[in-house]
Design a protein around this ligand. Structure first.
Ligand SMILES: [Zn+2]
Length: 364
């Protein structure tokens, strides 16, 4: 039987929690990681109605996009919808997992899905994440070069774009002197020893750090393994905020907006059309006005997002079309991404798709 922690660790593989925004609170929020999964319900938001739905479907795990616990909680008295939802989940032994901005920031997450729905091509993150990569340098005796490299590569090191197993090596001499308690791979206790070694350099995404260091220590023959981890400024094209891509052909803005409305429903608030046809499209599901300047700099013709404030619409300034499609509308398909992933990965239970429309906003 699958345990709750297997769900979170799978999500961590696909949408690493390390890449959530600093203000976010994704991960297992409520529940015992060792509990068995009897059924799992996917949803955009967790509300009391969604907890009721989980109970009626026999689901003891809810996987949501938005974290029900977002800010610090000092008491649980049921005085707000969040508190009542949390209490209800705990009283009914329901675990809640959130996979929020880590899903948004993934090249196969929320924005990627929207880009596919809008028929965008040549997509890449609008604003790639920084501080996602690390460099590992380690020193191994000549006999163990291949073994250590293979272990590091199998743990996920050495991937750059469409290349894997990338590394740089150079030969040199290591020195060490062990005391009487040592039982080293080479050398004699209390005697200075020189060993021909290979310096291996390779790159890895930071969320794999524990796995990679564990792999290194497993195969490295020394009692004390020397290694350095460096923070590097390079960006990784796989993770970032928003997405930018192109339509196959130039089309009139009004035609494109009608198409978006057909796909998403709801209503669209938009600025004046500054050109007759559009081709380059920037998208950020959920609150995305912080990316407006980036979208303009990257010469997007239109920026599709939500939660744009009145004064922010003025910043379109004949440089771009801003289209606010609604927060719920722009993220409503996230649960389908989760559903497909969980369904393909786990066979001991069937995930369920919440049928509740959690959008708190109605349109007249
Ligand atoms: Zn959102």
């Amino acid at each position: 039987m699958t345990r709750v922690k297997e769900i979170t660790s799978y999500l961590n593989e696909v949408f690493p929690f390390a890449y959530q925004e600093s203000y976010d609170n994704s991960g297992l929020l409520i529940g015992n990681p060792d509990a068995h999964v009897k059924g799992l319900l996917v949803t955009l938001d967790v509300t009391e109605a969604v907890i009721d739905e989980a109970i009626s479907l026999g689901c003891n795990v809810i996987l949501a996009h938005h974290p029900i616990i977002f800010h610090g909680i000092k008491r649980l008295t049921g005085s707000s919808f969040e508190e009542r939802t949390i209490i209800k989940a705990i009283e009914n032994n329901i675990a809640i997992i959130a996979s929020h901005t880590n899903t948004d920031n993934s090249a196969i997450g929320t924005n990627y899905h929207l880009a596919k729905l809008f028929d965008l091509h040549n997509t890449k993150p609008l604003l790639p994440l920084t501080d996602t990569l690390r460099k590992l340098v380690t020193f191994v005796p000549l006999s163990h070069e291949q073994k250590v490299k293979e272990a590091l590569f199998s743990a996920g090191a050495g991937v750059i774009g469409n290349y894997d197993k990338t590394s740089f090596t150079v030969q040199g001499t290591g020195s060490f002197r062990g005391n009487e308690k040592t039982h080293g791979f080479s050398g004699t206790p209390n005697k200075l020893h020189f060993e021909k070694e290979i310096r291996i350099e390779t790159i890895f995404p930071k969320h794999l750090e524990h796995k990679i260091i564990y792999a290194l220590l497993e195969v490295h023959p020394y009692e004390e393994v020397a290694y350095d981890i460096f923070k590097i400024e390079n960006t990784q094209e796989n993770f970032g905020s928003g997405i930018i891509g192109e339509l196959a052909d130039e089309i009139e803005p009004s035609v494109f907006l009608k198409k978006i409305k057909t796909v998403l429903g709801g209503g669209i608030r938009y600025t004046d059309f500054h050109k007759d046809t559009i081709k380059k499209v920037a998208v950020c599901g959920g609150t995305g006005a912080f990316l407006l300047r980036t979208a303009i700099v990257q010469k997007a013709d239109i920026f599709i997002t939500s939660d744009v404030k009145y004064h922010q619409f003025f910043d379109a300034d004949k440089k771009i079309i801003i289209a606010d499609v609604g927060h719920y509308e722009s993220e409503q398909f996230t649960k389908e991404i989760f559903f497909a992933l969980i369904q393909n990965k786990f066979s001991t239970f069937a995930p369920r798709l919440s049928k509740i429309n959690t959008n708190p906003i109605n349109y007249l």
